[in-house]
Design a protein around this ligand. Sequence first.
Ligand code: PMP
Length: 418
Amino acid sequence: MNIFEQCESKVRSYCRNFPAVLHRAKGSIIYSESGEEYIDFFAGAGALNYGHNHDYIKQKVMSYLDADGIAHGLDMYTSAKEKFLVKFNEIILNTKQLDYRIQFCGPTGTNAVEAALKLARKIKKRPGIFSFMGAYHGMTLGSLSITGNTAIRSGAIGTSNSVTFMPYPYGFMESFDTIEFMESVLNDVNSGIEKPAAIIFETVQAEGGIIVAPIEWIQRLRKLCDKHEILLICDDIQVGCGRTGSFFSFERADIVPDMIVLSKSISGYGFPMSLLLIKPELDIWEPGEHTGTFRGNQLAFVGGTAALEYRESSNLEQDVKVKESFLKHFLIENIAPINENIKIRGIGMIWGIDVANFGNSSFAKELTSRCFELGLIIETVGRNDTVIKILPPLTIEMATLQKGCLIIKQAFEDCLSK
Ligand code: PMP
C-alpha cells in the first residue's frame, strides 16, 4: 500500500474507504491482489450496470482490438461510432419515440453537464440556471456551481455563477410545495431572482442521499418549464441506463426533457463516455464550439453497442423489477425494524439506508467499513455521508444480492453490539 500513499495525491478518495489492492473482477465480485473476495454493491459509482467484464461485451471489445479497429478518433466518422449511433437510435430513441441529436462529449459525465449549461445559456441568452439543493452534477467549475455539497464546493472558490438552488422535495421540503415556490419566484418581479435559461435536475438524487422525486413533482416541473419557456435538463448520469428499471429514469413520469445528460454505464464496460441528447431544434452549436480530444473513445462505442445488444436480447428491465422487489422487502423487513429512526428510500436498483438520525455521526462510515471487512464494497452518500447507498450491478445474481444484503444486516448487528 505504501507506494500509493507515498506517490499519490492526498485527493484520492474511494481507496481510503476500501484499503485493498484490487486486481481482478468478474460480474459482481471483485478480487484483491491478496486473494480476498468482495461483493460489489458500488458498481463503479454506477458505471458498471452490466457488472465487471461482462462476457458478451468483452468478446465484442476483444474482437475489435484483435482486428486493429481504430482506437482513438477525436470526433471523426468511424465504423464503431456508426454502429453505436444506429443501435442507440434503433433500440432506445426510436422505440421510445424520442427525437434527439446526440453530442459526444468527453470523457466523463461532468463534461456533458458543462456542454448542457453552455448550450442552454447560448439558446436562451440568459445566464441563470436553477439547480436543486442536494444535487450532484460533477467537479468541473460549471458542474460544481450547480452541485449542492458545500464541502466539495469549498475547494473551488467563486462557483456561484448565476446559479440559484431551489428546494428539492426532501425532508421539511416534502411538506412544502416546491414547484409552487418556483412559480411564485418566477412571477414575482421583485424576487431578486432572474428567470433562468434552464433547470437541471436528477429524478433521483443519488449522491444527495437517494431521494426519489415523486412522479407528480417531475410532471409539474416539466409544465413549469414549458409555461416560463425555460429549458429542462435531466441529468441521468447515475440513474439512467436502466438503473431505475426503464432505460431513462424520467420515463416513469412520462415527460420529455429538452436535454438529457448520460454517462457512466452508457459504454457498458466502464470505459469513459459521456453524451448530451439535444432536441433537434435546440442544436444550435457552431461546428467545434464544444470540442475535446477524447470525445470518441472507440472502445466505449464498441462496448456501448454491445451493451445495447445485450439489453435487447435479455430481460434486464424485468430482472430489475424482481430485484427491486427483493431489495425493498429485505430493507423494510430486516433493516428498518432495527430502529424507528432508520429511513429506507429507493427505486429500481438504487436504495439508501438513512442513518442520519440514528447512532453517532460516523455510524454510516462504521457500517460500510464493517461491510468491507465482511466482504462487501458499499459506499455512503447524502448529507454528511449518513446514507448507505446500495448500487449493485443490474446483472447481479440473486444469490449474491441476498448474500450482500445479509452482510449489511450483519454489519448493523456487529456495530450495534460494540
Ligand atoms: N451527475 C451525476 C448525477 C453524477 O452522479 C455524477 C457522478 N457521480 C456526475 C454528474 C459527474 O460524472 P463524472 O464523475 O463522470 O464527471
